[in-house]
Design a protein around this ligand. Structure first.
Ligand code: ARG
Length: 457
């Protein structure tokens, strides 16, 4: 197959070089965007009289046919033609001859590939945003349904204070909401047209970039042709936000894994989202959650690989930048699959309310409520903390719970304590009392869910 740049060369490219340099095996997934961009470019060339109108029409028609061929799996991609851009352009020239050979006027693969990646990422980020929204809604639904479930809240992995399960779940919903906002915010930087920058310097031909931007739905046209072909910030930003998102996913996966252990038994994962062991017949493993946690590593790796690849590249385009694709494609695939599967998995989690409740009761998790009670009775917080600490130590030494102490026992620690103490050391009361804004009382959590849903609209 004749290379589109063969003019200057005497010898053929070596096979091993072709294998090493090709990108068609992975960038073929850009075909839709490559064709969309070429159609807009051809229309502009025709409108501006840079190429004959009828050639522009021929190009558009030819490209649409090629699109159909690819969609139907009839298109033969060739490694010799290096990448998606030259595969499609060659096919066009083969199909319509000279008219096709006019398509690459006032364009370079440098601005073309930047365009393709922006169009691709714009579409994928929009889909990710919508999947995030679905997940957020599901979390809010589960939180709403479980408003009466109390569980131990943890710090340092030690039981700390009773909280609502709903509040705990909404903490993840808040993380995913920030992820969504970050992706949304990035769209305006993705949505800038690089086409028309050509190789790096722009062109002497009278192109109309604004028109191309309108055809392709871009909000803006890049300001600097050198920057436009050399910039991959939009990909790095996407990978950064994906890395943060996956960190959130991994934390949640970790909790699902711990919670499903026999030691915790806070949840049951449905059979459909677990797997068995090939040796131990009794086992039901949380592999899906484990893989979510595991796949976080490759997303961090993708971010690192592109940051490292870009570091030290002189302006403008360098072939190194072809290495941007696989990490981005892999990240898009991983993030989307993770979002879909987590949404479904969560809907099938069974919460073991009794076990959560027992774990809450067993801890001295309402000790802080006693300290706050003493503060209400006029004690400085440090004194209240000290008194309560002594009460807990006494309980531990005598193998008692906070509600087992008699009022006389309580009074031996502080005269300020009266019978009303018993009410507030019950976990439900402790939770109810956390009415500070953003706190874990059912009242505040309901309010949180209401505000959350409003943001999702
Ligand atoms: N396959 C190349 C890439 O992904 C396309 C741009 C090639 N440009 C060039 N001047 N060789 O970056």
């Amino acid at each position: 197959m004749k290379k589109l740049w063969s003019g200057r060369f005497k010898e053929k490219t070596s096979k091993i070089v072709e294998k090493y340099t090709e990108s068609i095996s992975f960038d073929k997934r850009l075909y839709k965007y490559d064709i969309e961009g070429s159609i807009a470019h051809a229309k502009m060339l025709g409108e501006q009289g840079i190429i004959p109108k009828k050639d522009a029409d021929g190009i558009v028609k030819g490209l649409k046919e090629i699109y159909k061929e690819i969609e139907e799996g009839r298109f033969k991609f060739s490694e010799e033609l290096e990448d998606i851009h030259m595969n499609i352009e060659s096919a066009l020239i083969k199909r319509i001859g000279d008219a096709g050979a006019r398509l690459h006027t006032a364009r370079s693969r440098n601005d073309q590939v930047a365009l393709d990646m922006r169009l691709y990422l714009r579409a994928e980020v929009k889909e990710i945003i919508s999947l995030l929204k679905d997940l957020e809604k599901i979390l809010a639904d589960i939180a709403e349904k479980n408003l009466s479930v109390i569980m131990p809240g943890y710090t340092h992995m030690q039981r700390a204070q009773p909280v609502l399960l709903s509040h705990h779940l909404m903490a993840y919903a808040q993380m995913f909401d920030r992820d969504r906002l970050r992706f949304e915010e990035s769209l305006k930087r993705i949505n800038v047209l690089p086409l028309g920058s050509c190789a790096l310097a722009g062109t002497s031909l009278p192109i109309d970039r604004q028109y191309v931007a309108e055809l392709l739905g871009f909000d803006a046209v890049s300001e600097n042709s050198i920057d436009a072909v050399a910039d991959r910030d939009f990909l790095i930003e996407f990978l950064s936000y994906s890395a943060i998102f996956m960190m959130h996913i991994s934390r949640m996966a970790e909790e699902l894994i711990i919670w499903s252990s026999e030691e915790f038994s806070f949840i049951d994962l449905s059979d459909a989202f677990t797997t068995g062991s090939s040796i131990m017949p009794q086992k039901k493993n949380p592999d899906v959650a484990e893989l979510m946690r595991g796949k976080t590593g490759r997303i961090y790796g993708s971010l690192m690989s592109i940051l490292t690849m870009m570091k030290g590249l002189p302006l403008s385009y360098n072939r190194d930048m072809q290495e941007d694709k696989e990490p981005v494609f892999d990240t898009v695939d991983t993030v989307k699959a993770t979002l879909k599967i987590l949404a479904e998995m969560l809907q099938n989690v069974r919460f073991n309310k009794v076990k959560m409740r027992i774990s809450t009761d067993a801890a001295y998790s309402t000790a802080t409520d006693i300290a706050e009670y003493l503060v209400r009775k006029g004690k400085p917080f440090r004194t209240a903390h000290e008194i309560t600490g002594r009460i807990v130590r006494y309980c531990i030494d005598n193998n008692k719970g906070l509600s087992d102490l008699t009022i006389a026992e309580y009074k031996s620690f502080s005269d300020a304590i009266t019978k009303d103490i018993y009410k507030l050391i019950a976990p439900a009361e402790s939770v109810n009392a956390k009415r500070s804004s953003g706190g874990t009382s059912p009242e505040m959590v309901k309010e949180q869910i209401r505000r959350f849903r409003k943001k999702l609209k």
